[in-house]
Ligand binder design. Structure first.
Ligand SMILES: Nc1ncnc2c1ncn2[C@@H]1O[C@H](COP(=O)(O)OP(=O)(O)OP(=O)(O)O)[C@@H](O)[C@H]1O
Length: 563
């Protein structure tokens, strides 16, 4: 006993806690530090029981070996606990327990207080959260930003082991043990206090290369994640949009072709407005592709599950207008069909109604169409209850509606109703790239349709580029078709183009027909005419003063088929 009291005297001045307990779990003595931390013997016994100490005691007594474990004492500091047997007499075993503050803490607590306070001030001034964990996994320092971010009380964290924080649900996973393990900077994203926190742990090395502590930098990335999600959402939309745009730019979809930059911008605009319900007014000369555009917009809209309804206001007899637009009830007039008939407005419900040649809409119909668009309701002829219609309007005209408004032939109020998003499609002569692209497209298409393999001589393409195409794409398409179908040879010469378009096709007279081409054409005509009349290559050759083989060679060159 005397020896123990001497030990006590020595250890009273130290950080070490020392307690000796009899086999019957009577506390035989403790040092000052133990008293300070546990308060009274009941507190100490309760603490030991919480560690299931009886089992450990049994092992120590029966095996006679020392046991050690790590635990957090009521002062919230982490200690190494050593339990070993002490035999004061034969057949008597007491248990001695020593608690040492963990080494890492010792090195921390050995810091000069002023330096420690200075570090605290520095990390408090940082906007990111900072949390310093020693190599054993015990939280040593936190800064104000971290406390605010994680909504914690400093005392719940400081000197508490990371595992205890995980157990208490204060954090989900500990980063610092992984950093200590791998000795390298690591990051994790943890969800704490309703926020996404990006934790980056950097190991701090001591002079001998051992990890002293881990400096964790914590950043609230909730906003960043939201922005990232928004960004990826907008990227997705952009991808969709680009995909759609590529689809429409690709020659196969809706047969829409363009190589012209201005047209591409117009298509982009059309794609942007397509998903909305806004009314669109397509303007441009006849044959520029207003109908194709209307289709394109409808196909790219949310209404594309139903087909687009189309009416050409320039081709409906005035007396049929109202019934075509709004329909009629059974028996509304003589000749009305029995069951009545829905008009195009009703048929276009939940879809798009394309009002082509809107400038040709008669005055009385202008009022009714305006009312239908405004009220989103129509009344069948002979009907007495309005019918709700959900219709997106696309109107088109090659007329200058402003002039018509000025001349009072087109209602101003209807004009403004329709002119919500005007899209002006330029004439073909203003987009030479399209003349070429469309010509080649139509040649390809017709060759495929008619199983032919015909082509234009390069000069024909030049002439196409020089021609002013008053009828725009429609005229171009018809011209290509006529040239291909009527030509007897596979190679279409310039002369054929002039036959259709006349020399006026050469707008400024700068393209002259090359002599060789005229001669070729004439030679071909002569060969054909002679062969048709004689039906014999030998006779034709002799009439033309050629050898038979020369005649055959020339006929082949001109694509004349010889039976
Ligand atoms: N970009 C294009 N790619 C391929 N073909 C096109 C294109 N634009 C128009 N066309 C073709 O040109 C012809 C005329 O087009 P569309 O009927 O759409 O012109 P429009 O401007 O509506 O004419 P109008 O004012 O006379 O009604 C159609 O055969 C159409 O298929």
């Amino acid at each position: 006993m005397e020896i123990l009291h001497q030990v006590k005297r020595v250890t009273d001045n130290k950080e070490t806690i020392i307690v000796t307990i009899s086999e019957e779990k009577q506390i035989l003595y403790w040092n000052k530090k133990a008293e300070l931390i546990f308060g009274d013997t009941a507190g100490m016994i309760a603490f030991l029981e919480s560690l299931h100490i009886s089992e450990i005691f049994d092992t120590v007594i029966t095996d006679g070996t020392e046991q050690s474990l790590r635990c957090t004492l009521p002062n919230n500091h982490c200690y190494e606990m050593f339990i070993f047997p002490f035999r004061p007499a034969k057949n008597k075993v007491n248990i001695t327990i020593l608690w040492h503050l963990s080494e890492a803490w010792e090195s921390w607590s050995n810091w000069d207080e002023n330096i420690f306070a200075l570090t605290q001030e520095i990390i408090d001034a940082v906007a990111d959260g900072i949390i310093i964990v020693d190599a054993k996994g015990i939280v040593r320092q936190t800064n104000k930003s971290y406390e605010a971010m994680a909504n914690i009380r400093k005392q719940d964290y400081i000197n508490v082991h990371i595992d205890t924080l995980v157990e208490n649900g204060l954090i989900h996973q500990g980063l610092s043990p992984m950093v200590v393990d791998r000795k390298e900077t690591m990051s994790i994203v943890d969800f704490r206090n309703g926020k996404d926190m990006l934790l980056t742990g950097t190991p701090v090395f001591g002079r001998t290369g051992e990890v002293i502590c881990v400096l964790c930098n914590v950043r609230d990335v909730t906003e960043l994640r939201n922005l990232k999600e928004q960004l990826s959402e907008s990227k997705r939309l952009q991808q969709d949009y680009l995909k759609k745009l590529n689809e429409v730019m690709s020659p196969n979809i809706l047969n829409f072709h363009t190589e012209n930059a201005k047209m591409r911008h117009i298509v982009e605009l059309a794609m942007r407005v397509a998903p909305s319900n806004s009314t669109i007014l397509l303007l441009g000369e006849s044959g520029v592709g207003k109908g194709v555009f209307a289709n394109l917009i409808h196909q790219s809209s949310k209404r594309n599950a139903k087909p687009m309804m189309e009416i050409n206001c320039g081709s409906i007899p005035p007396n049929l207008f109202e019934s075509e637009l709004f329909g009629y009830e059974a028996g509304a007039f003589t000749g009305a069909s029995k069951g009545g008939k829905p008009g195009i407005f009703e048929l276009a419900d939940k879809s798009t109604l394309f009002l082509d040649e809107i400038g040709d809409l008669p005055g009385d119909m202008q009022v009714k169409v305006l009312k239908a668009i405004q009220d989103k309701k129509i009344m069948r002829i002979g009907g007495n209850k309005p019918i709700h219609v959900d219709v997106r309007i696309i109107a088109a005209t090659n007329r200058i509606l402003e002039d018509m408004v000025k001349k009072k032939t087109f209602r101003e109020d209807l004009y403004y109703r329709l002119n919500v998003i005007p899209i002006l499609i330029p004439p073909l002569r203003e987009r030479p790239e399209d003349i070429l692209a469309l010509t080649l497209h139509f040649i390809k298409k017709l060759n495929r349709e008619y199983s032919m393999n015909k082509f234009f001589q390069p000069l024909v393409l030049n002439a196409f580029l020089d021609y002013h195409w008053p009828g725009n794409i429609r005229e171009l398409e018809n011209t290509v078709e006529r040239l291909l179908i009527t030509s007897t040879s596979s190679e279409i010469p310039l002369a054929s183009f002039y036959e259709i378009k006349g020399n006026s096709g050469n707008n400024d007279g700068t393209i002259a027909i090359p002599l060789q081409e005229i001669l070729d054409q004439k030679e071909k005509e002569l060969l054909l005419a002679t062969y048709k009349s004689t039906n014999s290559t030998r006779k034709s050759a002799s009439l033309l003063g050629l050898s038979q083989s020369a005649f055959m060679r020339k006929a082949k060159k001109h694509g004349i088929s010889l039976r």
